[in-house]
Design a binder for this molecule. Structure first.
Ligand SMILES: [Zn+2]
Length: 273
């Protein structure tokens, strides 16, 4: 089991600061008016994978439900296939589960999923905007294209076009590492992260948008360097020649920059579309 490190020395309570939160537009960047909150948010984002005394945790009952929900999600991922799971709707998830080896989601598990989806993520420190407000939202498959060799999909139009430009301008060693993600896919990623973080939703949301808050549902995608594997989702990617070429192009925007005020870690791999 991973040892938790608790950051001490920052005594300001984020919850106390949040009560009077107001944001100012600063050159397109939304920045909290409260300087102490801004500093606290960036400190946490920088130390995204650590536990803080004012982080928000699932309770003991929810942690048990979390494991049950994850087991069923894993079973459906196996049954539906990795590619299709990226686009799976909630209705399809429930249907797959009912026919799967572990059986249907229980009412309390569905209640837990709803709580995760409808809870205001600001409560645990995620300040990104809610992109999808409908939990049962589906993706129009006719507007998507599967990118060969990746298991991932992109929306036709600007996302597909931008990825083609990146392949042309950066070179063949850039690869799509995550494309369109349905609410279900984002739920699976977020809950897996929450489990890894011992039920700490604040810590999970510092490196993964909660379901409904991800721009992967509306066009954004992740890229990496071929051969780098899981390190494509770490700071290692920012040190690669692929990342350098990407930034040198001048037309690429990173969604979660080093100085973002969403309460999210720096994600050099996440392309804003
Ligand atoms: Zn991403």
């Amino acid at each position: 089991m991973q040892r938790r490190r608790l950051i001490k020395g920052m005594v300001t309570s984020l919850a106390a600061l949040q009560s009077g939160i107001a944001f100012a537009q600063d050159g397109g960047l939304s920045k909290p008016l409260n300087a102490a909150l801004a500093e606290r948010m960036q400190f946490k984002a920088k130390h995204f994978d650590q536990d803080f005394s004012d982080d928000f945790y699932l309770n003991a009952v929810e942690k048990v439900t979390l494991r049950q929900v994850l087991a069923r999600l894993t079973q459906v991922k196996k049954d539906a296939g990795f590619g299709r799971f990226n686009l799976l709707t909630l209705d399809e998830l429930l249907k797959f589960a009912s026919k799967g080896a572990l059986g249907s989601f229980t009412p309390s598990e569905i209640g837990f999923i709803e709580t995760i989806f409808f809870r205001d993520a600001k409560e645990y420190g995620f300040y990104g905007e809610k992109v999808s407000t409908t939990m049962t939202q589906s993706i129009d498959l006719s507007k998507t294209v599967k990118i060969p060799g990746t298991g991932h999909f992109l929306f036709k139009g600007r996302p597909e076009g931008l990825y083609a430009e990146l392949k042309r301008d950066v070179g063949e060693d850039i690869v799509l590492t995550s494309g369109i993600r349905s609410i279900v896919k984002q739920l699976d990623l977020f809950l897996s992260k929450a489990a890894q973080c011992g039920g700490n939703l604040s810590r999970a949301s510092r490196s993964l948008a909660p379901p409904g808050y991800s721009f992967h549902g509306s066009g954004d995608f992740d890229v990496g360097k071929i051969g780098l594997g899981a390190d494509n989702f770490t700071d290692t990617f920012a040190a690669t020649d692929v990342y350098k070429r990407l930034i040198d192009l001048g037309y690429v925007n990173i969604r979660y920059t080093e100085t973002n005020f969403y309460g999210v870690r720096f994600e050099p791999w996440h392309i804003k579309v």
